[in-house]
Design a protein. Structure first.
Length: 342
DNA sequence: TAGCCGAGGAGCGACGCATG
DNA sequence: CATGCGTCGCTCCTCGGCTA
C-alpha cells in the first residue's frame, strides 16, 4: 500500500532518536480501551470511504481532490503512544470521521455556553426544491447567497428600528435522493426565539418564490433540549456521509453509501462554510492555551495495517486496539458502497 | 422611505498542507 | 476534546449614495 506518500510521514512527531522522541500536543487518553476501539472503528470507516472516493474521482475525471482523499486515507496511520496517551497527525478533511469528530466537539464546547442563554431557542429548517447534479454547485452558491441576503435585509431593518435583532447559528446540509437522483441543499438553524425563525422563514419564502420553496417544507420548532438540538445541528454540519448506525438493527441491510453523490456534494461545497454563526460573536477567550511540547523516552510507535484493521507495534506483533468490526459494519463497508457516478 | 449596494478594516473560522 | 499554522473567504460594523 502506498504508505509513503509523505516523505515526512512521522505521525506529527519528529526528531526522534532511538532513545527519545518529541511529542506535540495534548494527546488523547487511551487508558480506557474503548477509546482505542472507537478510534479503530472510525479509522476503518474513514479509510474505506476515502478509497471509494479516490475511485469515484478517477471515474469522474476530477483529480484535484484526490490528494485530499489520500490525506484522509493516511490520517492517523502512524501513531505514537506514551504514558497512556496517543499522538498522531490529523488530516482535517471534512470526510474524515476522526477529524470531524474533533471539530464537532470543539464547536459544541464553544457554542453551547452561548446558546443555553437564549430565552426560547427554536430549530429552523430552510429548504428549497431539490436539484440535479448539473446545477448543484450553482444551487449551493445560491443557497448561501440567499441566506446572506436575508441576514443583511433583516439586520438593516433592525438597525432602522423596524424589526427584531437577528442572530443564530446555521449549518448547511445536502442529502442525495438515489431514486430521483437529486440533491437538496438546505439549512438547519438554531435561533433564540420564535419570532426570529418566523422572520427568516418569511424572507426565505419571498426570496425563492412559490416555485422553489413552499411554506409547509420549512420548519420552526421550539427546542426542548438545547444541547441535543445543538449536537444535531453540528452533527449535520460535519456529517458528510451517513455513518452506519449500528444500533438500529433492522435498518442496516437497506443502507447504501453513495460515494459518487458524496464526491459531488463535497466538490460543490468546497470553499463554503458548512457551519457558521450570524448576528453575534462568541465571547473573546483570553487564555491562549500554549501547545504542549514534551520529550519522552518511554514510547511506542504503531503503524496502521489495513488488513488487521488495527495499529501494529513497529517493534513487536502487538496490536493497539484489538478492535473487531461488527459483522453489520463489515457487510456495509464491503457490499453497500455504491461507486457509480451519480 | 425602504431596500439595496459597496467600501473597507478588523477579526474570525473553516480548511488543509506541512513539519518544530 | 485530540497538531500547528498559514491562507482565504467570510462576518461584523458603519457610512453614504442610489433607486423605485
Amino acid at each position: 500500500m502506498d504508505d509513503e506518500i509523505y516523505t515526512l510521514a512521522q505521525s506529527g512527531t519528529k526528531n526522534y532518536t532511538e532513545h527519545s522522541i518529541i511529542l506535540i500536543g495534548k494527546g488523547s487518553d487511551i487508558t480506557n480501551n474503548k477509546t482505542a476501539k472507537s478510534k479503530a472503528q472510525k479509522k476503518i470507516i474513514t479509510q474505506t470511504m476515502a478509497l471509494s472516493l479516490v475511485d469515484v474521482s478517477k471515474e469522474n475525471r476530477v483529480y484535484e481532490c484526490r490528494q485530499s482523499y489520500w490525506n484522509t486515507y493516511h490520517c492517523q496511520n502512524r501513531i505514537t503512544t506514551s504514558d497512556g496517551k496517543i499522538y498522531g497527525r490529523y488530516c482535517k478533511n471534512r470526510i474524515c470521521t476522526i477529524c470531524s469528530n474533533i471539530r464537532k466537539a470543539e464547536l459544541i464546547n464553544k457554542y453551547y455556553p452561548v446558546i443555553k442563554t437564549w430565552e426560547d431557542p427554536h430549530f429552523v429548517t430552510l429548504t428549497a426544491k431539490a436539484c440535479s447534479k448539473r446545477v448543484l454547485k450553482r444551487r449551493i452558491d445560491k443557497t448561501i447567497e440567499a441566506f446572506k441576503i436575508i441576514n443583511q435585509r433583516l439586520r438593516k431593518r433592525h438597525q432602522r428600528g423596524k424589526g427584531i435583532k437577528i442572530m443564530g447559528i446555521r449549518s448547511l446540509e445536502c442529502n442525495y435522493n438515489p431514486v430521483k437522483k437529486t440533491y437538496n441543499p438546505h439549512f438547519h438553524l438554531i435561533v433564540p426565539n420564535k419570532e426570529t425563525g418566523e422572520a427568516i422563514v418569511e424572507e426565505w419564502l419571498n426570496l425563492w418564490t412559490y416555485k422553489y420553496a413552499r411554506k409547509y417544507a420549512q420548519k420552526n420548532e421550539r427546542c426542548y433540549s438545547v444541547e441535543s438540538t445543538l449536537i444535531e445541528v453540528i452533527k449535520y454540519g460535519s456529517k458528510i456521509f451517513t455513518e452506519p448506525d449500528l444500533k438500529q438493527k433492522s435498518k442496516g441491510l437497506g443502507t447504501k453509501i453513495y460515494a459518487g453523490a458524496l464526491h459531488n456534494i463535497l466538490n460543490a461545497m468546497k470553499g463554503h462554510r458548512i457551519f457558521d454563526r450570524f448576528g453575534f460573536n462568541l465571547p473573546k477567550t483570553s487564555e491562549t492555551s500554549l501547545s504542549k511540547v514534551q520529550t519522552v523516552i518511554d514510547f511506542d510507535k504503531w503503524v496502521y495495517i489495513p488488513k488487521l484493521r488495527d495499529w501494529r507495534n513497529v517493534n513487536s506483533d502487538e496490536v493497539l486496539s484489538k478492535y473487531v468490526a461488527p459483522p453489520k459494519l463489515q457487510y456495509l463497508l464491503e457490499q453497500c458502497i455504491d461507486k457509480e457516478a451519480c
